[in-house]
Write a protein that binds this ligand. Structure first.
Ligand code: PMP
Length: 450
């Protein structure tokens, strides 16, 4: 475990001197240098298995040869020329492809951006413009990004709202369906969807439904701890939207592009969205986001209502086209489902030896593993932090979310052997923690999400 990390530590020190802390949740001093597939190498040459995929970005793994080739070939010919003024084939080809892979038995159109955050801002703008309504429904624990619209629609951390107001008006937050921690103590099969009732009551009592433009929904509440909602809830929410002409926006920034074993996570719930927001994994690590929506919604906003000079950049679009091709050719949707199931089963087996492991949940390779004080339901946040730190020391990149959820979102190309090695490292790290071999000093660094 005592490995050479002097170069990494130097980068961390210099980073602290010149970079604002505004965007980082620190876990451990990992200074990434390079990688291949599901393996990463740090600045000192140490090797790691990647269970994080750059926060759900590297679905095709680090530096997939076909992505690298597409990027290099495009870069040699043209890095980019704004589609704000001119026309360019890669942007058209990708839009055609996105209209094909995103579900929806209607004609679609695409609007590009650079990040998941701007996509969610765009979703709010399109929904308001198209419907002529201003109110937007979101959820407690939602994370939609940090541009003004997206940060206003988020409700997961006071740090996001404190001191930057006024935020976007007419946003409303309702309980996300969290079956394992159901405040009504119901079981998923028998409940009367009490969590939806709060939203319905608002529409009956003080929020005229004909003035509501959209509901912004994460098909898995990602940053809240990878909470999977019950199918019944999502279908009822969609029905409510249809009844009142409210647009259903699926925020697929974290769960889309095959992460859960389907192109979009909403497919698991048998409903279709009016607007789908994609980002993160879309271009395998290059900055690109896309809204894929009903054509009439896409046509409602005029130039320059959602226009970024660099959006739809050719290199990014070529990377995205290569990403889609890889996912299809290497059958990564299937692999995500298979490897995800395999990991969930292995975690289930590990629970015999590790009573600290609480609920396991997820779809495909989007898996949350709760970590508890053994024999209780009490979240062990410090335990999560220490274990992630020790995993890094032992050669596994793992992070945690929410109070106490280990976030397992590896590249979809992860092999079974790599998955096994990663889980072995996790098991060894839990043993270290249990034996008191991970000192409190790591908590100075390992702060995680706040
Ligand atoms: N929506 C969801 C569901 C996300 O998980 C994120 C990023 N964590 C975003 C939006 C924002 O994306 P970005 O960080 O690329 O702006």
């Amino acid at each position: 475990m005592a490995k050479e990390i002097s170069k990494s530590l130097d980068i961390v020190r210099r980073d602290g001197e010149v970079l604002s802390p505004c965007f980082r949740s620190p876990y451990y001093p990992f200074a990434v240098h390079s990688g291949s597939g599901a393996l990463l190498f740090d600045a000192d040459g140490n090797t790691y298995i990647d269970f994080s995929a750059s926060a759900g970005v590297l679905n095709t793994g680090m530096c997939h040869p076909a992505v690298v080739e597409a990027v290099c070939a495009q870069t040699r010919e043209m890095i980019g020329y704004t589609i704000g003024y001119m026309y360019e084939e890669s942007a058209v080809e990708l839009a055609e492809m996105l209209c094909r892979i995103v579900p929806g038995d209607f004609t679609k159109s695409v609007a590009y951006g650079l990040s998941g955050s701007d996509a969610m801002d765009g979703a709010i703008k399109f929904a308001r413009k198209y419907t002529g309504r201003s109110h937007v429904l979101s959820f407690l624990t939602a994370y939609h990004g940090t541009t003004y619209g997206a940060i206003s629609a988020s409700a997961i951390s006071l740090n996001m709202h404190r001191g930057i107001g006024p935020l976007l008006p007419d946003l409303h937050y309702f309980p996300y369906p969290e079956c394992p921690r159901c405040p009504w103590e119901q079981s998923p099969e028998l409940c009367a969807l009490e969590c939806l009732e709060e939203l319905q009551r608002a529409l009956r009592l003080h929020l005229p439904p004909e003035e509501v433009a959209a509901v912004l929904f994460e098909p898995i509440a990602g940053d809240a701890g990878l909470v999977v909602p019950p199918i019944r809830y999502v279908q009822a929410l969609k029905e409510l939207c249809q009844t009142h002409g409210i647009l259903f926006v699926s925020d697929e920034v974290q769960q889309g592009m095959g992460r859960t074993g389907t192109w979009t996570a909403l497919e698991h719930f048998g409903v279709q969205a009016d607007i789908v927001a994609l980002g993160k994994a879309l271009a395998s690590g290059l900055p690109l986001s896309a809204l894929v929506m009903r054509k009439e919604i896409g046509d409602s906003l005029e130039h320059p209502g959602h226009c970024f000079t660099l959006a739809g950049n050719s290199v990014c679009c070529r990377a995205a086209l290569a990403t889609i091709r890889i996912i299809e050719e290497e059958r990564l949707l299937e692999r995500s489902r298979q490897t995800g199931l395999w990991i969930q089963n292995r975690l289930g087996e590990m629970k015999r030896d590790f009573p600290e492991l609480g609920e396991t949940r997820g779809l495909g390779l989007s898996i949350g593993q709760d970590f508890l004080h053994p024999g209780t339901d009490i979240p062990d946040r410090n335990g999560c932090a220490k274990i992630c730190y020790r995993c890094w020391e032992r050669g596994l990149i793992l992070t945690f979310l929410g109070e106490n959820t280990l976030r397992i979102q590896p590249p979809l190309v992860l092999s079974e052997e790599q998955a096994q090695s990663g889980l072995d490292i996790l098991a060894d790290s839990i043993r270290d923690y249990r034996a008191g071999r991970i000192g409190d000093e790591v908590l100075e660094f390992a702060k995680g999400w706040s």
